[in-house]
Design a protein around this ligand. Structure first.
Ligand code: PLP
Length: 445
């Protein structure tokens, strides 16, 4: 019996839950990324590095809600902070001091953030940051990287999962490909695409659209295409070119912020953007996002300026307390060091299994994030990563599920995420199970 069939055999209660959910929720899931064929596992409980499905199967979880659960599941410090605040009220619709304290903690980690506003999610953070950049520059053009995902807002949902054929355009001038039905062509009319780690494509678009571009939104380490770190000198060249062409640089740190270092990519790579977008880790597992940066730009936000930013749930005390507990009590310097150490051990272990078995795969890593890429050479662009052997990835995915491991987010383009709750034992156990799965894959190719 193959891994796919074993998975179905192991998960009859999830099958029933999926059937019931599908009747009322499209696909039976809250977000397309939660779906895989024939149905995902439905989760009952979680604690630390583990989750349990409705059939009682235990999984060591490396998806960690797409890197958001940096504290691990059910963290007691955060649970206490949320519960204490819930009794005092979840939403006031009026300002509270916890949001100011959280803003100050983020500023401590990101000295380039003079001012900040909170949202509920990453998609809102990137949407408002781009609106602000457009308002400040009075230009409409937006540059983004091919394969980069910045949330599902209309103007940025372009070229996130480009085909490998010629429709994607040449390397130096990728096409803008709309990724959803229902997006008016006008919404992406001013969205232009460049290749990651490819300074020529950036310079080409900057020259071609000179005077039209408000901002370049960039995840300094790509995390949609597996983990693809920046090549040496790439980010420095990006900063120099954006300054030369008078284009604002927005660093999208929704996934890597407060994750790959206390001050995210800005701290790790030492490049100062004009604006930063955040979410995931800063909310301690609650729906909290933020965008911030230069004072002169942030002062353009209503009520100080003409760029509107509204939201019933903005800067609410519940998420602010959860974020504060996470950043100030859970994510200590020792925890960052330990997450990095375990991640390196995991990545080196995976690499040695791959080498031993002679599989056409490699491992990429940045701090606590990383994973197997089923391409022989480490990719530097999304295009290179997208050449991965998707069939082999699929076997790996179902194989690991059968062995009680959620190895990454549920797509070849995702990565593993080590949290504060993962242990040495988790890594050793996961490496043993991975070896079994990859050995089976090796025997079938
Ligand atoms: C880099 C990046 N930006 C933005 C988003 C969107 O965030 P959210 O899912 O909170 O809307 C994501 C989501 O994974 C992301 O990885």
């Amino acid at each position: 019996m193959g891994f796919y069939e074993q998975y179905i055999e192991k998960t009859p209660k999830s099958a029933l839950a999926a059937k019931r959910a599908r009747a009322i929720i499209p696909g039976g899931v809250g977000s397309a990324i939660q779906f895989w064929a024939p149905y995902p596992v439905y989760i009952n409980d979680s604690k630390g590095s583990k989750v349990w499905d409705m059939d009682g199967n235990e999984y060591i979880d490396y998806c960690m809600c797409y890197a958001a659960m940096v504290s691990g599941h059910g963290n007691e410090i955060i649970a206490e902070a949320i519960s204490k605040q819930a009794y005092k009220g979840a939403l006031y619709g009026l300002p509270c001091e916890a949001a100011t304290l959280l803003a100050e903690e983020i500023q401590r980690r990101y000295p380039c953030v003079d001012m900040i506003r909170f949202t509920q999610s990453g998609v809102e953070s990137t949407m408002y940051a781009v609106r602000l950049a457009r308002a400040a520059t009075k230009k409409m053009g937006v540059l983004k990287v091919e394969g980069a995902y910045h949330g599902a807002n209309d103007m940025l949902l372009a070229s996130t999962g480009v085909p490998t054929d010629t429709a994607a355009g040449p390397d130096w001038m990728p096409s803008t490909i709309v990724e959803s039905a229902g997006i008016p062509s006008g919404a992406i009319e001013h969205t232009y695409v460049v290749q990651f780690n490819h300074i020529e494509s950036l310079e080409y678009q900057l020259k071609k659209h000179e005077g039209e571009i408000a901002c370049f939104i960039l995840e300094p380490c790509m995390t949609n295409g597996g983990v693809i770190p920046p090549d040496p000198g790439y980010l420095e060249a990006v900063r120099a070119l954006t300054k030369k062409y008078n284009v604002l640089l927005i660093m999208d740190e929704v996934k890597i912020g407060a994750r790959i270092a206390p001050g995210g990519g800005v701290e790790k790579y030492g490049i100062i953007p004009d604006l930063v977008t955040l979410a995931k880790a800063i909310g301690g597992g609650t729906p909290l996002g933020a965008f911030g940066g230069r004072r002169d730009l942030m002062e353009m936000i209503s009520p100080l300026g003409p760029a509107v930013h509204f939201g019933t749930y903005n800067a609410n005390p519940l998420t602010a307390e959860a974020g504060l507990a996470c950043l100030t009590k859970v994510l200590t310097p020792e925890v960052y060091a330990e997450m990095d150490r375990l991640s390196l051990k995991y990545a080196e272990g995976l690499e040695s299994i791959i080498n031993r078995l002679g599989l056409p795969a490699c491992v990429t890593i940045e701090g606590p994030l990383g994973g197997i890429q089923f391409v022989p050479e480490k990719p530097h662009t999304y295009r290179q990563a997208n050449k991965c052997d998707k069939k082999m990835w699929s076997e790996y995915w179902y194989g690991m599920l059968c062995k009680g491991v959620i190895p990454m987010g549920s797509g070849w383009f995702e990565e593993y995420s080590i949290s504060a709750a993962h242990s040495e034992e988790d890594i050793d156990e996961t490496l043993n199970r991975t070896e079994d799965v990859l050995q089976t894959i090796k025997e079938t190719i």
